[in-house]
Ligand binder design. Structure first.
Ligand code: PMP
Length: 468
């Protein structure tokens, strides 16, 4: 298949665009710009490319939305999905009934997860996994006789999802839509560990000390016996690919241990190979979390799946629950057989093709290629790790001053990249890149060159419009 197979007759393409505009409410809609621009509709995809309705090809620098890790058009995953749908598309997963793919996948996840994380609860995506983790944590502490341990420590700039609770747990985005989050004492937001935007005049070590002492003060002032868990992405994604100072994870984990607070590592983006390992927590960051949250890459985006992966230590407490204590949490599609079949095929392919090894070898090349953009004077920072990167645009490299929001610098860069055939995602003044993990050196070079041209064109526009 190629461009021609995915092109639609002009009237059909227009009708689809109109149907979308008239009837579909998209996730995270900005109504003003949507009314004007409508949607960019993708009609097909192969490998690392997607195609629009005219058949035009784009290099997908985002792997869909940080998820199509193995690329598009994988017959092995497609076949696994079709085969399971034919055999048995669905049966209830509730209470004490189940299906073979869910059982197989649970065992596989226990095998690839670090330490004693040998148990899993399946959901329909990352938000519902984080939401379920909170309920599991409250249940766990209550069983231990610690009913007051209910508060959650989260970080400014984090993203944990879009259910009411997980949105309220998400630092940055909550601020954008104050109508759409709980104002709850249960969620306690800590300072963002953004090393690039640390207080002026402070070095990285001083910044780390500040983060840790603020966290400990918060724990002590609230009372450790009221705090259930700390939630964090090991490397923040949607909040702007934020890299905490060196040594941050170990010291936070130390505090969690000291105060009997569960450490939840949200690996929805960092997991399944993006940083060169099935899970980044242990192998990349030296963490031993109590819970890992997974989604996205777990099926390479071919089916919707989330997972709460938790420890033997927690399971021992759950196993001792009295007869009347039910864990009343679960979804019709928890452990959906077809979805689990897609995840099993994904894990098989990742191991057979040593995808993690490919990322460990090529991820650093991606970092180097993008870091070369720092010679453009409106690029303030290029950060991230392996195939999870971000370019931060600034008006002044030295002072790190931002462009006025009206300049819309992120959109401008993403739009130019789009015109040049590269899908990159803008978040405010940031351009985020999270390509399929099968990216080769040629794709890496193409991405960096296209982005350079997009930023150079944006710079010229900003100058012409008086922003520079
Ligand atoms: N956690 C993280 C770290 C995420 O990046 C996301 C999605 N971008 C979520 C949770 C929510 O996952 P979902 O959209 O599948 O509900």
């Amino acid at each position: 298949a190629g461009a021609r197979d995915f092109a639609l007759p002009e009237d059909e393409a227009k009708a689809a665009w109109e149907a979308d505009r008239q009837h579909l409410l998209h996730p995270w809609t900005n109504f003003a710009s949507f009314k004007e621009r409508g949607s960019f509709l993708v009609s097909g995809a192969r490998g690392v490319h997607v195609y629009d309705t005219t058949g035009r090809q784009y290099l997908d620098g985002m792997a869909g939305l940080w998820c199509v890790n193995l690329g598009y058009g994988r017959e092995d995953i497609v076949e696994a999905i079709a085969d399971q749908a034919r055999r048995m598309p669905y049966f209830t997963p509730f209470v004490d009934v189940g299906s073979l793919p869910a059982a197989d996948l649970a065992k596989e996840i226990a095998r690839i997860a670090p330490g004693d994380l040998n148990h899993v609860f399946f959901t329909c995506g990352g938000s519902t996994a984080n939401d379920s983790a909170v309920r599991l944590i409250h249940f766990y502490h209550a069983l231990r006789g610690k009913k007051d341990k209910r508060r959650l420590l989260v970080q400014m700039d984090s993203y944990h999802g879009s259910t009411y609770l997980t949105h309220s747990m998400s630092g940055r985005h909550t601020a954008r839509s104050p109508l759409l989050n709980f104002e709850t004492e249960m969620v306690q937001t800590l300072r963002s560990p953004n090393t690039y935007r640390r207080p002026e005049g402070m070095d990285e070590a001083g910044f780390l000390d500040l983060l840790i002492s603020e966290m400990e003060e918060r724990i002590l002032s609230l009372g450790a016996d009221t705090i259930a868990a700390f939630f964090a992405e090991p490397l923040m994604g949607a909040g702007g690919v934020i890299v905490p100072p060196r040594g941050y994870h170990a010291r936070v984990q130390g505090l969690c241990r000291k105060y009997d607070i569960l450490y939840v590592s949200d690996e929805v983006v960092t997991g399944f190979g993006r940083l060169g390992h099935f899970f980044a927590s242990a192998e990349h960051f030296g963490l031993e979390p109590d819970i890992i949250i997974s989604a996205k890459g777990i099926t390479s985006g071919y089916q919707p799946l989330g997972a709460v992966i938790y420890s033997d230590r927690m399971q021992a407490v759950l196993n001792a629950a009295p007869e009347e204590a039910w864990f009343t949490n679960g979804f019709t599609y928890s452990g959906h057989p077809v979805v689990c079949a897609a995840a099993l095929a994904t894990i098989r392919a990742m191991e057979a093709e040593d995808i993690c090894g490919h990322v460990r070898e090529n991820g650093p090349k991606f970092e180097t290629a993008l870091k070369s953009l720092l010679d453009i004077d409106i690029v303030g920072d290029v950060r991230g790790s392996h195939f999870m990167m971000c370019v931060e645009a600034v008006a002044d490299q030295k002072t790190k001053e931002l462009f006025a929001p009206k300049a819309d610098v992120g959109h401008r860069i993403a739009d130019h990249a789009h015109e040049l055939g590269l899908i990159a995602r803008s978040i405010g003044n940031l351009i985020v890149l999270s390509p399929p993990l099968i990216f080769t050196e040629d794709h890496i070079a193409e991405t960096a060159a296209t982005l350079r041209e997009a930023i150079t064109r944006t710079r010229a526009d900003l100058k012409a419009d008086g922003f520079l």
